[in-house]
Write a protein that binds this ligand. Structure first.
Ligand code: G3P
Length: 215
């Protein structure tokens, strides 16, 4: 499973990109708004840091308007992927954009049917939101598992991006459930490194070394 970073914060993307673990970036209107900068400028800057799919989301609601926005966004860089919502207008836009060869990521996916319809409309990626499913007392990982099963049974090529990841266990379980990609906020990526035995091991190595060489 590949890892994308789920943020529009340039400093965070730069910091994590150095580790060599990132294959792409996802943004959404909430994440872009947090940066309080020009949308296209932020997206353009991201494309200079990570050489992989960068999801950018039009904010229009009607397919015709979404397509106009998308056509401007893809001019920024070849790696731009257009994020669309799993709605009738979103799928209408997905169908048209995919016929034009523009890559799409259908987001706010909360059911197998939404994922299936997105794939039929030509989506390159679907993004089921694990955390938000868990928030309403349902099982977000089971959603990933079910979508992955349906895509395997029917040989559907659309890639599954596990999104709305809230903790490191979501990442492990999304990988086990068959997600192709997990898009992970910086805070969770940092938590994925943490293990008490790693920290304890480092402390013991240092103490043993210092007891002989730095008396
Ligand atoms: O990738 C989707 C993500 O940005 C939403 O996460 O935590 O707001 O549900 P969250």
């Amino acid at each position: 499973m590949k890892l994308f970073i789920d943020t529009a914060n340039i400093a965070e993307i730069k910091e994590i990109a150095q580790l060599g673990i990132l294959s792409g970036v996802t943004t959404n209107p909430s994440l872009i708004a947090k940066e309080k900068r020009d949308f296209k400028e932020v997206v353009k800057e991201i494309t200079t840091i990570v050489d992989g799919p960068i999801s950018a989301e039009p904010v229009s609601e009607k397919a015709e308007e979404i397509i106009k926005e998308a056509e401007e966004l893809v001019k920024i860089h070849d790696n731009i992927v257009i994020k669309l919502t799993a709605t009738e207008e979103g799928l209408k836009a997905c169908h048209i954009l995919s016929k034009k060869g523009i890559k799409t990521n259908v987001t706010l996916v909360f059911s197998v049917n939404q994922a299936l319809m997105a794939s039929l409309a030509g989506a390159t990626y679907v993004s089921p939101f694990i955390g938000r499913v868990d928030d309403i007392n349902q099982d977000g990982i089971k959603l990933i598992e079910d979508i992955a099963d349906v895509f395997t049974i029917h040989d559907i090529k659309t890639k599954i991006i596990a999104a709305s990841i809230r903790n490191p266990l979501h990442v492990t379980n999304a990988a086990l459930a068959g997600a192709d990609i997990a898009t992970v906020p910086t805070k969770v990526i940092k938590a994925m490194f943490k293990h008490p035995l790693t920290e304890d091991g480092i402390r013991r190595f240092r103490e043993d070394w210092e007891s002989v060489y730095q008396k």
